[in-house]
Every structure is written in structure tokens, then in C-alpha cells.
Design a protein around this ligand. Structure first.
Ligand code: SF4
Ligand code: SF4
Length: 276
């Protein structure tokens, strides 16, 4: 079973929920927030496997090229340009679609790999941990997320998604059996929650909600959940102790109160997903 954890906006505590739930349930933790993965800080796994993720990009043989410009015209991402008597290639714009290779009449374009990031696997807090890391300045996260998801077809996984509702989130939650939306009791939180709810509903993924930093304003989210018939799986209080533990890279469940709270959230999650 794959359960995705997402938030309409950054900074709502999505990773806090993901790592603590993973540690309580013993399910695999999967960090698909590849531009800024930070779950390993809390789970501290010993990394036992590391592999590159690469995309195929064109390698143009100038000797064979007749400057017909077909490759430039077919590229939808402006990664190729004709300048005077040569074809220029802008590798960071290339999506590795292979169209230029197909249209070249002289077979002047071959394929070479370009590494865009890595995937790391290990074990921490007794659970399996996987994270993708996109190289600095790289624009394309998709291939890393796709490769991670091929590794987690068996067993139960908690997928920590990127913040927001971008295509990276769509790729990460695609095929999920359930989604947990994490939000906070503010107008901004509610606004972005509405967008996230629209996304999971459009993708027909059943979902529930965890309210983080719950305070006297929690009603703004509670009322919305009631109106939209959304199941609240739990609420984490707005608490200085939790903020301190987070800043020290500690799991909240090391504290007795939070352990009990996450056990209750885990029970609620197991009840709605029928997952043990
Ligand atoms: S592989 Fe696709 S994206 Fe890359 S240069 Fe060729 S046509 Fe453009
Ligand atoms: S399609 Fe092939 S021959 Fe034509 S410009 Fe591109 S590389 Fe050169």
C-alpha cells in the first residue's frame, strides 16, 4: 500500500508527520521531495545503497550533421538551436524525450547519459528509508521520482511529497491508495488546502487530514472539513516543545505525549486504509 503525505503549501509540518508516522507504524519512509529532502535528518538511516539517476540526452556528431535543422524544429523544450554552422545543445533544457534522434536523417545524433541526481537507501529507527536527491540547478525531478516509485511496489510505504501542488506532487501521488493532507489553521493554510483537496479528488485518491500547529484558530479548518465531509485523522498542537525537538532533528515520538498522539493517528489511518 502506498500512502502519500502532501501539503498545499510548504512549512506545514508534512515531513514531521511522515517521519513520525513511519517510525510508529514501521512502514517504509520514502522521501520524494527530491529538491529538498530532509526526512533522513530525523530517521538518520545508515545508507547502504546509492545509485545515480540519469536521463538520455543527444550527442551530436558534427561530421555527420548536414545542418538540416530538423532536430531544432522538433524539440519542444528549446534545448537545441542552430547558430551559423552548428547545432547548439542546452543540456539543462533537455527532457531526454529522444525526438531529435528520431528525426535526424543522417543518424548524426546518438544518446549519452547525463546524471541529474541520486537515490539513497538505508535503514534507520528499524525502518526502510529511501530518498531521492536532485542535483543543484537541475530542473527535472520526474525521472528520480519515477525510479523511486518502481522500488516500492511491495509492502507499505509512506511517501513524503514536495510542498505545493506541482507536477512533482502529481508524479509522487500517482497510484497512491490513500493521501494524508497536512495543513495549519491559517487563511493561507486553508487556501492551499482547498487546492490540494481539489487535486486528490481529481485523481480519485481517498484522503484524510492532519492539522498541525492546532491552536485556538483550528475552527477555520474544522469547519471546512465538516462542510466538505473530510475525515480528520488527528491534530498536533502548537507547542514550543515540538518546535524545539524539530529544530534539534529529533522525532516527536521520543516524547511520551507525542508517541501516544501518533499512535492514535496511526490507528485512525489503519482504520480508514484497512492496512496493518
Ligand atoms: S532529447 Fe528531446 S528534449 Fe532533448 S534535445 Fe532532443 S528533442 Fe529536445
Ligand atoms: S537533424 Fe541531424 S543532420 Fe539535421 S541538424 Fe540536427 S543533427 Fe544535424
Amino acid at each position: 500500500m502506498q500512502i502519500s503525505i502532501l501539503s498545499g503549501k510548504g512549512g506545514t509540518g508534512k515531513t514531521t508527520v511522515a517521519v513520525n508516522l513511519a517510525a510508529i507504524t514501521g512502514w517504509r519512509y520514502v522521501d520524494c521531495d527530491v529538491e529538498e529532502p530532509n526526512g533522513f535528518i530525523f530517521l538518520n538511516p545508515e545508507v547502504v545503497a546509492r545509485e545515480d539517476v540519469a536521463i538520455p540526452v543527444p550527442n551530436i556528431n558534427k561530421e555527420k550533421c548536414i545542418l538540416c535543422k530538423r532536430c531544432v524544429e522538433i524539440c519542444q523544450f528549446n534545448a537545441l538551436a542552430m547558430v551559423k554552422d552548428q547545432v547548439l545543445f542546452f543540456e539543462k533544457l533537455c527532457h531526454g524525450c529522444g525526438a531529435c534522434m528520431l528525426v535526424c536523417p543522417e543518424e548524426a545524433i546518438s544518446e549519452k547519459d547525463r546524471t541529474i541526481g541520486i537515490i539513497e537507501e538505508g535503514k534507520g529507527q528499524g525502518i526502510e528509508c529511501i530518498q531521492g536527491v536532485l542535483n543543484l540547478g537541475e530542473p527535472m525531478s520526474g525521472p528520480i521520482i519515477r525510479k523511486i516509485k518502481k522500488k516500492i511496489t511491495q509492502g507499505n510505504s509512506l511517501i513524503d511529497c514536495s510542498p505545493g501542488n506541482s507536477c512533482n506532487v502529481v508524479k509522487a501521488i500517482e497510484g497512491s491508495d490513500y493521501a494524508i493532507l497536512v495543513t495549519e489553521p491559517t487563511e493561507f493554510g486553508l487556501h492551499d488546502l482547498r487546492v490540494a483537496v481539489g487535486l486528490v479528488r481529481k485523481m480519485s485518491i481517498p484522503f484524510g487530514l492532519i492539522l498541525n500547529r492546532a491552536d485556538k484558530y483550528h475552527k477555520i479548518i474544522a469547519d471546512y472539513c465538516q462542510k466538505e465531509n473530510i475525515r480528520m485523522l488527528g491534530a498536533i498542537p502548537f507547542d514550543k516543545k515540538a518546535a524545539m525537538m524539530y529544530s534539534e532533528g529529533k522525532l516527536l515520538i521520543k516524547d511520551r505525549y507525542y508517541r501516544q498522539l501518533f499512535e492514535e493517528i496511526s490507528d485512525n489511518l489503519k482504520e480508514v486504509t484497512k492496512c496493518s
